[in-house]
Design a protein around this ligand. Structure first.
Ligand code: ADP
Ligand code: MG
Length: 322
């Protein structure tokens, strides 16, 4: 759905240059939730604004839904951009307008009649769970409710793609949870493709199918979340499952990159007579699967056989120092 290749963007300031994008390739499948995670200054917002060409990249090509946006100008670019909704960290609501007035604003700009606007705004507010707030003003809403208004407004033009710039970063954990659940429901019900950027690993863990880790204007790692977690040396796996920095020559890190029914650890001790001592780790729900990562000390004469057994069953085994 989104195919961006070779994106470069340099900001030229008075006394220096900032390379905000250093050759980024981004591939987002239709209907997936794709998260770009990285620290402040990594280039995430620049990337998002390049996807809808609010920022024109210095080099590279952006295709969205089969259309080459980087080849468009003027009215055709504006029309293409309307097929992408944008959600902002600080909501960007108009304080002098009611909730309905905010959600209807893009329709007003697009010249939609008052009657059709009223119907559509009603539907959108129902969709985001704010059916009873049409006449409220933004100042009367909680952060989570304001973001629901922001999302309803982004959906007003019936976009196929939703772009979200840190939509939950200004929210507490409860509101974050409900907004993430809403985004997932919108993806499921409307078939939206969602590209979101965040500095929170938790957002990746909770709703993303695919993810990229961004650093200094480039992707360090990108792909399906579960594939990345199952890849040796994955930075995403390490970031999602921080392990204690202890252990020695017998320490192994065992990754369960999906749900398994088999009780591997008890099987190991029984079959191969190894001793297993868990140093740290955990199991979490990631992309709909129970994914785990454990750091363990494993000893015994048949240790190598035991590790091979895990690998053969689809677990990832990484030995300390290798
Ligand atoms: P992120 O969203 O990951 O925090 P940004 O894309 O906002 O990162 O910024 C990437 C880099 O580009 C930063 O060093 C930032 O200061 C710089 N930058 C972003 N926008 C501009 C701009 N309009 N003018 C100059 N520098 C900018
Ligand atoms: Mg940003």
């Amino acid at each position: 759905m989104i195919d961006a290749v070779g994106l470069h963007k340099t900001y030229r300031l008075k006394n220096r240059q900032v390379h905000a994008l250093n050759g980024v390739d981004l591939h987002v499948e239709a209907g997936e939730i794709y998260g770009v995670v990285g620290q402040s200054g990594a280039g995430k917002s620049t990337l998002l604004r390049s996807v809808n060409l609010l920022e024109r990249p210095d080099a590279g090509v952006v295709n969205v839904d089969g259309e080459e946006l980087t080849a468009l100008r003027g009215g055709r670019l504006r029309a293409a951009r309307r097929r992408m909704g944008m959600v902002h960290q600080h909501f960007a609501l108009l304080s002098s307008r009611t909730v309905a007035g905010n959600v209807g604003f893009p329709l007003e700009v697009a010249g939609v009649s008052r009657a059709r606007r009223a119907t559509r705004v009603g539907e959108l507010l129902e969709l985001v769970g704010l059916g009873d707030k049409a006449r409220a003003y933004p100042s009367q809403l909680s952060g989570g409710q304001k973001q629901r208004v922001g999302i309803a407004r982004a959906l007003a033009s019936d976009p196929r793609v939703l772009l979200s710039d840190e939509a939950t970063s200004a929210l507490d954990s409860e509101a974050t949870e409900s907004i993430l659940a809403l985004l997932r429901r919108l993806r499921d019900e409307l078939g939206l493709t969602i590209l979101l950027i965040t500095h929170e690993m938790d957002v990746i863990k909770r709703i993303c199918d695919s993810a990229a880790i961004m650093e200094n204007g480039g992707f360090r790692e990108a792909g399906r979340v579960l594939d990345l977690i199952g890849t040796p040396g994955s930075l995403l796996a390490r970031s999602l499952f921080p392990l204690p920095d202890i252990g020695g020559s017998e320490t192994v890190v065992i990754t369960y990159p999906r749900s398994f029914d088999e009780p591997f650890m008890s099987e190991l001790t029984r079959r191969f007579d190894v001793d297993v001592n868990i140093l740290g780790g955990g199991v979490e729900r990631v992309a709909g699967q129970s994914v785990g990562r454990l750091s363990v000390d494993m000893s015994g004469a048949r240790r190598a056989e035991a590790l091979r057994y895990l690998s053969q069953n689809g677990l990832l085994v990484e030995e300390a120092g290798k």
